[in-house]
Design a protein around this ligand. Structure first.
Ligand code: ATP
Ligand code: MN
Ligand code: MN
Length: 368
């Protein structure tokens, strides 16, 4: 029987930060089902079951071959009974009845719609669902609802925001952000993080990290009005504070969950459409794009870069690894060694991996 040489299931680490996971996923059939299951548990605020399916998905994304028999997953970590049941059914039937049930479930479908709006999370969705609301049309029609500023922007630019951001759009926005930042801070370093840094060709947003080398710190940058919508969250970082132990905690950087107006030159590829669109002024020549801007002090830059590059699962496992294997606490600001009671400084991601005793994992290998 053909076996993939040098692949030993029992040697696969339970931590995705000890695996190299590219975008090359041989097991999408399985991981898509797991992600539906995980999302449904997230909507039910069942973190344990949610993480169980996310971890399993991450292990299968790493496998260098497609799973075709139960024997293929023998010895792999994170393969609990609930996960195995789903795998077994997909192998035998081609699809998972549980995942199918979930995707047709009324509550799941409503939550999926609600959380697709910028500014709407599980808590708000829960509230709307309890009020008897089921679709976005019903939400929009309900004039008694008090929407936040963020949610209003989410509805206003909804169609643009649910369409994915392309690499070309990310590059165009990157130029704008870099140019704008540089007019205020000529020495600033602007880096794309998130999915695009991991090599993805599309994303739901574009993530930027901005730092200014040297002693100068500028907390005015975000207040200069370059954005369509901008919800500025001021820095809450306190010097010498211990890293957060919460696995999914927000960090304390000054940041901005923004919507940027990206002008796109209109291409007249079809002369019919231009003659039909009589009033040229009515044709929208821009697209609303979600952008996250994070400002970090220079000495925390490496930690912020590692945290904001993700993937989310990769970050979770880095923190879990630090806590359970190294008696250290890692967050987006710092790494604290609890035995030595010291903060470990790092000027690059490589140094952070070294502090943790881990082999370096390139950004495009962090698609866990
Ligand atoms: P997508 O293409 O869907 O945007 P992504 O991997 O870029 O995928 P994001 O949600 O943009 O996903 O997040 C990028 C990274 O930043 C993730 O690893 C996530 O853990 C981290 N992150 C996102 N939001 C926050 C936050 N509020 N505080 C701290 N870290 C965050
Ligand atoms: Mn992103
Ligand atoms: Mn983001």
């Amino acid at each position: 029987e053909p076996e993939v040489p040098s692949f030993i299931a029992s040697k696969v680490s339970q931590y995705s930060c000890q695996r190299k996971t590219t975008l090359n996923n041989y097991n999408k059939k399985f991981t898509d089902a797991f992600e539906i299951m995980a999302e449904n548990y997230e909507f039910k605020e069942n973190e344990i079951f949610c993480l169980e399916f996310l971890r399993a998905a991450s292990v299968l994304k790493f496998l260098p071959f497609p799973v075709t028999r139960m024997k293929d997953i023998q010895g792999l970590p994170c393969m609990g009974d609930r996960v195995r049941d789903v795998i077994e059914e997909i192998i035998e039937e081609g699809e998972s009845s549980r995942a199918k049930e979930v995707s047709n479930d009324e509550r799941y479908k409503s939550f999926k719609q609600f959380t697709s709006v910028f500014g709407v999370g599980v808590k708000t969705s829960e509230k709307w669902y309890r009020m008897g609301l089921r679709t976005l049309e019903e939400v929009k029609a309900d004039k008694t609802l008090k929407l936040s500023k963020m949610q209003k922007a989410g509805f206003l630019y909804y169609e643009d925001l649910i369409s994915c951001v392309s690499k070309a759009e990310a590059d165009a926005v990157s130029l704008i952000v870099k140019n704008t930042v540089c007019t205020f801070l000529p020495d600033a370093l602007v880096t794309i993080t998130g999915g695009f840094r991991r090599g993805k060709s599309t994303g739901h947003d574009i993530d930027f990290l901005i730092t200014n080398p040297g002693p100068e710190e500028d907390d005015e940058l975000l207040h200069k009005g370059l954005l369509l919508y901008c919800d500025i969250i001021e820095s809450t970082f306190v010097k010498e504070q211990l890293p957060s132990r919460k696995v999914d905690a927000m960090d304390n950087f000054q940041k901005c969950f923004a919507i940027l107006k990206l002008y796109q030159p209109r291409v007249n590829s079809n002369s019919y459409s231009t003659s039909k669109n009589f009033d040229m002024a009515e044709v929208k020549d821009w697209k609303a794009i979600r952008v996250d801007l994070v400002i970090t002090p220079f000495e925390q830059y490496a930690y912020a870069l590692l945290g904001w590059t993700g993937s989310r699962q990769f970050g979770r496992d880095l923190r879990r690894y630090a806590t359970h294997e190294k008696k250290m606490i890692l967050d987006n600001h710092a790494l604290y060694d609890r035995r030595e009671r010291i903060f470990l400084k790092a000027g690059s991601e490589e140094e952070i991996f070294t502090h943790l005793g881990l082999d370096y994992v390139e950004p495009w290998e962090r698609n866990a």
